[in-house]
Design a protein around this ligand. Structure first.
Ligand code: GLN
Length: 458
């Protein structure tokens, strides 16, 4: 299996899904898995399954660059908890997957490696399409069968949007379910790792292997990890599925409306009760996210100073430490990352802290309460579209209009702000044959129930 995946990766270079390949490590781990499978003992959940790891995860001795120039040459001496958990479960790492730089983006176009490409095509048109972002390499690799599954991370939608764009399954677990230790930080209060897979069952198995308490991440929850696969009974009779009216956006394409209606019908046919709900603060989620995420990013990215990690600019005679920082950061960070650092620094600055950052934090609390109220009314899960459109063409959205790109996250950011689990599941094709995804949002720590609801849609 590992050899077949390595061969597939070689022939799929045009997808640019893998940024660093690790065939030696893969073959070694595959041989160890074979030995384990031949032995008499119990085999772990993912024994011998070849997977890809997003470049945001630190992997011991293997380039871990977060798709940024500033981390060029960085080979961590440690392994992220999640990738270690996967290795312990027998999974075989094939390499590191392409992504948006520091996970900032929705199209994979901010990557220092150049963008990954979606294996899907729009009708007969061969314009290359985005696999989505930021976990675009993960989505592309899973959709093109270069690996059986991949890790992703999701700060505002980076697992769910690329899953929707490539017809794959992606779950962002409850904040705290997976350890963030060893994952390059973007916005620490929002970041979560999760699996990207070909099916809901695979997602359940892989999430079980990734999750768990980690004393090295103080926000990781000290809760047992349930058997998520056992939750997949397919029985959702009597479950209350909420349809939030605020997600019916102006100008929503017919196809997305139709997809959503189809999802409602499928859940109803499976015996669920569909109820209309209101999440009144939804319209403030995107602006609040684009204050909080850059604020945290500007702080997290302060550590890239040309001293501790990766790239350092060539200095001129007479340059001091300030020039070293400035030149290194100007060369090392791409445009979008620089934009986020500037926005973040601005909203945290003395004169604007209350007006922007504190206000965004208050909005975040209101968004969280909206969800709590709906769940208190007996709603079990919430059904929405995952994205406002199918995958778009690479280069179709430009740097000149960053806000158009940010609008991609309109259905996904609320979930991160509230810390809830959310899953994107493929739900059909649009007129041009491109995959579309639905999103289900669940109660905290109820990923099993949530995956079971997604299972009913699959
Ligand atoms: N597209 C969003 C952003 O650019 C979300 C990214 C993410 O979830 N990592 O911030």
């Amino acid at each position: 299996l590992t050899e077949a995946c390595l061969a597939a990766i070689e022939t799929a270079g045009a997808l640019n899904a893998f940024a660093h390949k690790t065939p030696e490590i893969a073959l070694e781990r595959a041989a160890a898995a074979d030995a384990r499978l031949k032995g008499s003992g119990e085999t772990p959940a993912m024994c011998g399954l070849p997977i890809g790891i997003k470049d945001l995860f630190c992997t011991r001795g293997v380039p871990s660059q977060a798709a940024s120039r500033i981390l060029e040459g960085f080979r961590p001496e440690y392994e992220s908890t999640v990738s270690q958990n996967l290795a312990d479960a027998g999974a075989v790492m094939l390499g590191k997957l392409n992504m948006d730089e520091f996970a900032m983006g929705s199209s994979n176009e901010t990557s220092a490696y150049g963008n990954a490409v979606n294996p899907w095509r729009r009708g007969n048109d061969d314009t290359p399409l985005t696999p989505g972002g930021s976990s675009g390499g993960s989505a592309s690799a899973v959709a093109a069968d270069l690996c059986l599954a991949a890790t992703g991370t999701d700060t505002g939608g980076s697992i769910r949007q690329p899953a929707a764009f490539t017809g794959t399954v992606g779950i962002k677990p409850t904040y705290g379910r997976c350890s963030r230790w060893g994952i390059v930080a973007f916005a620490s209060s929002l970041d979560q790792a999760g699996p990207m897979t070909k099916s809901v069952r695979d997602a359940a198995i892989m999430l079980g292997a990734m999750a768990g308490h980690d004393p090295r991440d103080s926000t990781s929850a000290d809760l047992p990890v349930p058997d998520f696969e056992a939750a997949l009974t397919g029985d959702i009779r009597g479950r209350k599925i909420g349809i939030p009216r605020e997600y019916r956006m102006d100008g929503m394409p017919d196809e997305i409306e139709a997809l959503w209606a189809r999802g409602r019908e499928m859940m109803q046919d499976a015996g669920a009760e569909i109820v209309d709900i209101s999440l009144p603060h939804t319209k403030y989620a995107l602006p609040a996210y684009y204050v909080i995420a850059p604020a945290e990013a500007s702080s997290n990215l302060a550590r890239y100073d040309g001293v501790r990690y990766g790239h350092r600019a060539r200095l001129a005679q007479g340059d001091g430490i300030t020039e070293m920082y400035e030149k290194t950061r100007a060369e090392g960070f791409g445009h979008e990352v620089q934009r986020r650092v500037m926005i973040g620094t601005y909203v945290l600055s003395a004169g604007f802290y209350d007006a922007y950052y504190n206000r965004a934090r208050r909005v975040r609390t209101l968004i969280k309460r909206d969800f709590e109220e709906v769940f208190a009314q007996g709603v079990d899960a919430i059904l929405t579209p995952a994205t406002p459109s199918a995958a778009f063409g690479l280069g179709e959205m430009t740097d000149a209009d960053p806000v158009a790109m940010y609008l991609n996250d309109v259905f996904t950011v609320t979930v991160n702000l509230a810390g809830l689990p959310g899953v994107a599941v493929p739900a059909g094709l649009d007129r041009q044959g491109l995959p579309l995804g639905l999103q289900l949002i669940g109660k905290p720590w109820e990923e099993g129930d949530l995956l079971n609801a997604a299972f009913a849609l699959e």
